[in-house]
Design a protein around this ligand. Structure first.
Ligand SMILES: Cc1cc2nc3c(=O)[nH]c(=O)nc-3n(C[C@H](O)[C@H](O)[C@H](O)COP(=O)(O)OP(=O)(O)OC[C@H]3O[C@@H](n4cnc5c(N)ncnc54)[C@H](O)[C@@H]3O)c2cc1C
Length: 391
């Protein structure tokens, strides 16, 4: 066995307190939420997809008009150029006020948009970023394939160059909200001869192009938020490629950095609220102890998030960002199991209750955006410096 290569763990001091300017931002936002939230229409039914899209994009538009969309995106593309601490305050205040979650455009706002900010051409940024922020463009993600999930670089969807276009053929799966998206971030193989990480490109795919067929899949909750996407001779302009041809794996890692990092912050804060909701129903001392453990887990993860933000603001890369997805998804799954045990028989009669659905929904958290086993491999290799997994 090779000796460990030296961990990249470093623990500089952390400043977790918000400044006066941060607190002023918090007050303004809280006041804005008090004014804006009563104006929202009623939440649509879970399976009414056109209405859900309308509801979520309407909220996004309100954020945009209020100056609260794309908080850390550049101003020239419609963002607000604010600090990561202000972004955390935004998550705290919106969750506390029970404002809507980002919803059907989580790909656009949480990882495709940030990828374009880092990697897009000026034209790509000018075309898409303001539209995402104003709620005019919903994105989906076409990364996974039936034989390329954890081993994403094994993807086989082909993109062959024909003049100024790529011609796409292949199949994607687990494409969340694909059936109501306008645009997708898609990974395709542009060089089948190269080693698997080298021949990939990252494309912007308009979802209404001829040759795209979208088939929804039902989840255990009875919802059809996932889709299979079939691509048959789909022509996409070469100018829709983000990054160089065959350099898509590097761009993918930019996307995954956001997908596995900041994308979970709102959910984490919401977990603290759900613990409070469950507390009112728990009387058994053993279950109360377990609930205390869940609360402590979420509280510690919230502190870790603040630490990560503090480190990234000072340009100090820390290992915390790589751990948050794994630790959060497993903590939330334990909480989901506790919800069902506490509610026991009552759970059968209150189907649709948020705490009952919690158990079913959280099953997917340790798979989505990279399964726990894969996250453990990444942490052991890149953070702890342990020997690499045999290939
Ligand atoms: C809620 C949800 C939303 C999603 N949304 C999207 C989306 O919008 N777009 C998209 O492209 N994809 C999406 N996905 C797909 C997701 O990225 C994949 O499910 C995930 O990467 C795992 O791939 P897989 O399902 O093919 O499982 P597999 O890769 O087949 O894994 C099966 C099991 O084997 C384990 N395993 C695999 N390789 C190893 C290894 N090397 N070492 C140890 N264990 C291993 C895994 O951990 C897992 O437990 C979504 C998934 C979920 C659950």
């Amino acid at each position: 066995m090779r000796p460990p290569q030296g961990p990249v763990v470093s623990l500089p001091s952390v400043e977790l307190r918000a400044s006066d300017a941060d607190e002023a931002f918090r007050s303004e936002l809280a006041e804005w939420l008090v004014r804006e939230l009563p104006k929202l229409p009623e939440m649509p039914h879970r399976e009414d997809w056109p209405a859900r899209r309308r509801f979520d994009t309407d909220w996004q538009k309100r954020l945009f008009d209020g100056g609260y969309a794309g908080l850390n995106w550049p101003k020239e593309y419609g963002g607000a150029d604010r600090t990561p601490t202000e972004q955390l305050i935004f998550f705290e205040e919106t969750t506390k006020a029970k404002a809507p979650y980002v919803g059907v455009n989580f790909v656009g706002t949480l990882h495709a948009g940030p990828t374009l900010v880092e990697e897009g051409t000026p034209e790509q940024k000018a075309t898409h970023l303001p539209r995402i922020l104003a709620g005019d463009e919903v994105w989906c993600q076409g990364f996974s394939e039936p034989n390329a999930g954890s081993d994403l670089a094994a993807l086989r969807t082909r993109a062959e160059r024909d003049g100024d276009d790529y011609v796409l053929n292949g199949q994607k799966i687990w494409c969340s909200f694909g059936h109501i998206a306008d645009v997708g971030e898609f990974l395709v193989r542009t060089d089948p001869e190269a080693s698997k990480h080298r021949g990939i490109s990252w494309l912007i795919l308009p979802m209404d192009l001829p040759g795209i067929e979208i088939r929804p899949i039902k989840t255990t909750l009875g919802s059809s938020e996932f889709c299979e996407v079939f691509l048959t001779d789909v022509r996409v302009p070469v100018t829709n490629r983000v990054g160089a041809e065959n350099d898509g794996w590097r761009v993918t890692n930019v996307t995954l950095k956001y997908e596995r990092g900041t994308a979970f912050v709102s959910e984490l804060i919401d977990s603290l609220r759900l613990c409070g909701d469950l507390a009112a129903l728990v009387h058994d001392p053993v279950a109360r102890r377990e609930l205390g453990r869940s609360l402590a887990d979420f509280d510690a993860l919230w502190s870790l998030t603040k630490r990560n933000v503090s480190q990234s603001e000072r340009g100090v890369p820390g290992p915390g960002a790589m751990m948050i997805k794994l630790a959060y998804s497993e903590a939330r799954q334990r909480f989901g199991e506790l919800c069902l045990r506490v509610l026991e028989r009552e759970a059968l009669s209150i189907a649709g209750n948020e705490l009952v659905e919690e158990r079913l929904r959280t099953q997917s958290l340790t798979i989505a955006a990279g399964a726990s086993q894969i996250q453990r491999n990444i942490i052991s290799e890149r953070v702890l410096g342990l020997p690499r997994e045999p290939r």
